[in-house]
Design a protein around this ligand. Sequence first.
Ligand SMILES: *Cc1c(COP(=O)(O)O)cnc(C)c1O
Length: 396
Amino acid sequence: MATDDFSAVSRALATEAVHAGREDLAGLGLHAPPLDLSTTYPSYDSRDEAARIDAFAATGALDDGPPVYARLSNPTVARFETALAKLEGTESAVSFASGMAALTAVLLVRASLGLRHVVAVRPLYGCSDHLLNAGLLGTEVTWVDPAGIADAIRPDTGLVLVESPANPTLRELDLRAIAHSCGSVPLLADNTFATPVLQRPVESGARLVLHSATKYLGGHGDVMGGIVACDEEFARKLRQVRFTTGGVLHPFAGYLLLRGLATLPVRVRAASATAAELVARLSADPRISAVHYPRIGGAMVAFETVGDPHEVIGSVRLITPAVSLGSVDTLIQHPASISHRIVDAGDRRSSGVSDRLLRMSVGLEDVEDLWADLDQALSGPRGLRARDGRRTEAAS
Ligand SMILES: *Cc1c(COP(=O)(O)O)cnc(C)c1O
């Protein structure tokens, strides 16, 4: 995409969120970004097209010429990629049909070089855990604590994979120390929970930053996508894999994701303030045995109930009992039943995902309405009993 002199000026994240990927619009006489749904593009010069396809096959670099075919590139999707790269502070970004398609592409890039071994830290999002643990892509995984990363690295290690804050326990890792332990092996940090508003992992030494764009980047629970922010060298490899395996982001999804980025800083900050207040109330509540909330903040809250967590899921009225996260409305789910069901129960529990853990994605509703709903949901039949039990204990 054409850049102008302004793009050299460093601007605040909130400004970039609104303007990045739209630099050329005024010159085109447009205000809103155009949505290009073309699957193919006319070209009367097939010699030139042949040369361009050869160049892409050899390098994975996209030139400034007209698009060729939608599995190769799309101008609307490219705007979203440009914008997310800007927000994450990377040279490039490559988008995919979902977060899992993005992770798959990263693993395939490394496996194609014979680097099939992955070192990973639990917990991870359930499906990421399963993809590695089941070896579906012919990869092999060694699970370690952060302190064990350096020792676990082998000559065929292609990737170190971490999440911080992690899904669903919100465990935070020292990304800088981890990047140091990785040596020359690329560190992939899944930044879905923090978003670039709260944390930019490349600044701590991560080479690859993964997002399930389905979550905060889209922000409205109506678009699925994934994206990897990285240097242009890795991005070229990812584009080659994307072209041949086909897990592309749909242009309409790219349009919605670019639109979502514009409000990302405002949404994350507002929901985080509400989450922090709910954390304070939950922490003081006798019906709650533990609350997990990251030091960097954010809109995700995890807590363990004294009573049966299924009762809470069955009793919420304003809050939606549903998997996923990062939407404008508040969602709650039971990881052991849903998001992390696919992880072996022993591995799940040993990585801190207890059967009493609930994960809540705080949205943009008023904090008092959210608290009223949580309060009544926690006072379901068993919640009440648990609270009475505690009181009896305290009294005796
Ligand atoms: C949801 C999620 C994913 C997977 O993304 P999809 O868009 O659902 O494929 C990966 N990592 C984290 C942390 C997630 O929450």
